[in-house]
Design a binder for this molecule. Structure first.
Ligand code: NDP
Length: 284
């Protein structure tokens, strides 16, 4: 029988460890780390994410400055704000909340962020560094997935891994991070033929395809480590992942539930990246 790995519990543990670090830095007379969040418009989902991030920052002792801009802001004004955060010595990380309202160019705005403050790992320089195997900020969800695999006690090195999904934010970067840890990685997508035959050969399965409960026990190898990234809304209104959790549980070593799995780790990784940016700036 496998076990459920709750990202909600793991993130509490990791946040506690980060908090201890920040307290220690304070005792050494150092200033607290700071994350600047830029939010444009009043999309309710974005505002709720911002609230969650602010609460998590407060717990760890990271100052969170929220810059709220109206949906009517121009590209130039948005980029000017980003430039002022880049120049601000007290700001360690910049988070531009997505999606941006229509009329604003997200790619151009991301390009304006100082890559050393790009704690979301979206700047092309960080993307390039990730693929070149150089130190960088990787996107938060993939970082969270790697922390989960480590907490599962999964060796990663030498294992066969399949990542289902090839998006810029999740599938591709997590495949790269797995490769960096010496897994042998296959990326599957919507045109992959006989997916179950492929996943059944793999010790690690990262499901990030956004297909409600698509993977049942016929997709998993005995003893596999399964990370379910998907967030889907069922007809009854409940959330579910890409994996039929209860169905695979008897066959796997570990599987993450949805909700309380990968989701809470994404914010935790943002704090992790912010602390990394702070340490890089303060200890150079
Ligand atoms: P995208 O829609 O950008 O990508 C989905 C990927 O899945 C694509 O590469 C697509 O293939 C592939 N795919 C779709 N259907 C199938 C299928 N039947 N078989 C195999 N592959 C398939 O999604 P994201 O990567 O942004 O997100 C994936 C899921 O993760 C979503 O449910 C999202 O809500 C969730 N998510 C969760 C986060 C968290 O914090 N827990 C954070 C981010 C996302 P193709 O390229 O061929 O179209």
């Amino acid at each position: 029988m496998g076990e459920l790995l709750y990202g909600s519990e793991l993130s509490e543990k990791l946040k506690g460890e980060m908090r201890d670090k920040v307290i220690q830095y304070g005792k050494e007379g150092r200033r607290p780390p700071r994350l600047d969040t830029i939010v444009v418009g009043d999309d309710p989902a974005s505002l709720s994410y911002i609230k969650g991030k602010k609460k998590a920052c407060e717990f760890v002792g990271i100052r969170n400055v929220v810059h709220q801009l109206p949906a009517t802001v121009s590209q130039r004004e948005l980029e000017q704000l980003i430039q002022s955060c880049n120049k601000d010595e007290m700001c360690d990380g910049i988070l531009l909340q997505m999606p941006l309202p229509d009329g604003l160019d997200a790619n151009r705005a991301i390009l304006a962020i100082d890559p050393d403050k790009d704690v979301d790992g979206l700047h092309p320089l960080n993307v390039g560094r990730l693929y070149a195997g150089e130190p960088c900020f990787a996107p938060c969800t993939p970082v969270g997935i790697m922390l989960i695999l480590d907490a599962m006690g999964c060796a990663i090195e030498g294992m066969r891994a399949v990542v289902i999904g090839r998006s810029r934010l999740v599938g591709n970067p997590v495949a790269r991070l797995l490769q960096d840890r010496n897994a042998t990685v296959t990326i599957a997508h919507s045109r992959t033929r006989d997916l179950a035959a492929l996943t059944k050969q793999c010790e690690i399965v990262v499901a990030a395809c956004g297909q409600p409960e698509m993977l049942d026990h016929t997709y998993v190898k005995e003893g596999a480590y399964v990370v379910d990234v998907g967030i889907n809304r069922k007809e009854d209104g409940h959330l579910c992942g890409d994996v039929k959790t209860e169905d695979v549980l008897p066959y796997v070593s570990y599987v993450t539930p949805v909700p309380k799995g990968v989701g809470p780790m994404t914010i935790c990784s943002l704090l992790h990246n912010t602390l990394k940016a702070y340490e890089k700036r303060c200890f150079k």
